[in-house]
Write a protein that binds this ligand. Structure first.
Ligand SMILES: [Zn+2]
Length: 288
């Protein structure tokens, strides 16, 4: 969720500064270092960034309080040999879920339908209200996603765009995606179990990518319910064909095999035929 205001804490004084009120000059002279998340009691520091699209964002290494509406996940991203280096990804849970839903819809659509949807959304964008009043901008949480160009973007009516969560079909992944978080779409064609998790193989137009879940996935407490349950996907693969996979993770090149891989960190960050893998059991009953 976009941060549209910040609390300026100066001794006992607390003042709410909306984005519209902030300027680079006043930030540098007065506020820098003393801006905090607008949620009362949340100690995450806020940074202002001016320029063409002024915005507030969370200080790099600060976390929001649990339950704060601005809370986001930090995905553990491996950078070279630094295994515990992390990169903050301010793409919140509901945003990722929405993007996965969008991707599923996209995979189900014909080319004609995709074109219609693109036009519909383009019209909507063109007709939507311009810069709103300040009162409105501080309360508005109007979220707009677009499918155009394969991008999912989130923006409020204030006109400030969020970070893109780009979609890629398996065969559309390129060199420039390496090291980035991407939403990847393809057909699930195989699985091989590795201890309590598994490697998945997804494909499109004869290009195959391996989806890996590794230590970071296994050690994440919220993933506990997924561990040792990958037999569900195996059985599902035995029973169904043309299985659609969508998943959000980091694209990387395996240094040993040189193959492109999608590294997933959360069990909720991938869907199989539109479902969480733990829901697949319902399609596997009484099949004898
Ligand atoms: Zn907060």
């Amino acid at each position: 969720m976009r941060i549209s205001e910040a609390r300026f804490i100066n001794g006992d004084n607390v003042e709410v500064i909306t984005l519209a009120e902030m300027t680079t000059r006043s930030y540098e002279n007065i506020y820098q270092g003393n801006l905090f998340c607008p949620t009362e009691g949340c100690n995450a520091r806020i940074v202002y960034s001016g320029g063409m699209k002024p915005h507030y964002r969370t200080w790099n290494n600060d976390n929001h309080n649990s339950g704060c509406i601005h809370e986001f996940d930090r995905l553990p991203i491996r950078r070279g040999n630094l295994t515990d280096d992390t990169m903050s990804v301010d793409i919140g849970f509901s945003r990722r879920q929405n993007a996965l839903q969008d991707a599923m819809k996209l995979m189900d659509m014909s080319d004609e339908e995709i074109e219609e949807e693109r036009e519909r959304r383009a019209n909507y964008r063109n007709n939507r209200p311009r810069q709103t009043t300040q009162a409105e901008s501080t309360t508005s949480v109007n979220v707009v996603s677009t499918l155009s160009g394969g991008e999912t973007t989130e923006g409020s009516v204030v006109g400030v765009r969020g970070r893109n969560l780009s979609k890629r079909y398996v065969d559309g992944i390129s060199q420039s995606d390496i090291g980035e978080i991407r939403l990847v779409m393809g057909e699930l064609v195989a699985i091989d179990s590795v201890d309590e998790v598994a490697n998945l193989y997804i494909e499109r137009n004869e290009v195959q990518v391996k989806v890996v879940l590794e230590e970071a996935f296994i050690s994440e407490p919220s993933n506990a319910r997924y561990l040792n349950n990958f037999g569900l996907i195996e059985s599902y693969l035995e029973n169904y064909i043309e299985i659609q996979f969508v998943g959000i993770g980091e694209i990387r090149r395996n240094s040993r095999t040189q193959d492109i891989e999608l590294v997933i960190y959360q069990g909720t960050d991938f869907k199989i035929d539109g479902d969480d893998m733990m829901s697949l059991g319902q399609y596997l009953h009484d099949e004898e």
